[in-house]
Design a protein around this ligand. Sequence first.
Ligand code: FAD
Length: 283
Amino acid sequence: MTDHLPLSFSFELFPPKTPEGSAKLKTVIADLAAREPEFFSVTYGAGGSTREGTFETVDWLRSQGIDTAPHLACIGSNQDEVRALLNRYRDQGIRRIVALRGDLPSGTGTGTSGDFRYANELVEFIRAEHGADFHIEVAAYPEYHPQAPSAMRDLEHFKRKVEAGADSAITQYFYNADAYFAFVDSVRALGIGIPIVPGIMPITNYTQLARFSDACGAEIPRWARRRLEGYGDDLESIRAFGHEVGLRLCRNLLAGGAPGLHFYTMNQSGPTLRLWDDLGLTA
Ligand code: FAD
């Protein structure tokens, strides 16, 4: 796939909502940063709900000398808002953006308000306004986006984001390595060569994971679901089994040529660092 490039490892955070969360996140970041990932990324609530929180978290990371990529979800925003945010990031020294459509929270309209409908339009806008100033990451879906009318249409839509100027992609999380490899093969068959980095969601809390997975269309394989359900409230067993599942997945992905790993840390260092250390990725 992209054997000639160095592997890229990155950690995703979300902006904390409380002063306690903020204080805890600084410790989490210090633990994770010690592994010297390529970058951290910080999520963004579509419609601008976390605009300042994302900006402040990114600003703090930058002040620590840590390379950081803000996520930017365009749905519900107009061009002036996005332009202002991009200019703030550029002035802050940010050089990488995760460009997304986003999902407006239910009850806030049809999702068609604002100047952008799909992520490819945001990628085009960033390129038109800033040329090559930003490295642009986009989202990819090995199990396909839940709203896509078909797998092939989703692949075509993914191609549009690349043609608009995306440099690399990070996937939605998944637990089936074959889904990733088949997706990458399909993408390559369409002539798309950008790196597609698997997103890894460590398993720590089954109830929460099952809820997320239903919403975003990520499949928890039946055998793993059955095991996790069987542990009930036994968090220690869930974590131990989740770690085994995650470790096997990461090993398979790297052995099969994945160009790196992007960890959805959920603002916790422990589960991600256990994977990191057991994979032997220690800086
Ligand atoms: P798009 O690429 O625009 O695709 C969305 C849907 O529209 C797909 O079904 C696609 O097939 C279809 N489509 C695309 N283009 C067209 C077109 N031109 N015509 C018709 N149909 C089209 N959400 C947040 O709110 N904040 C975040 O910080 C965030 N971070 C994320 C990070 C990663 C790595 C990933 C994988 C997802 C993240 N998300 C985030 C979730 C993401 O915003 C949702 O999955 C959203 O539903 C789709 O965003 P997208 O950028 O993939 O959209």
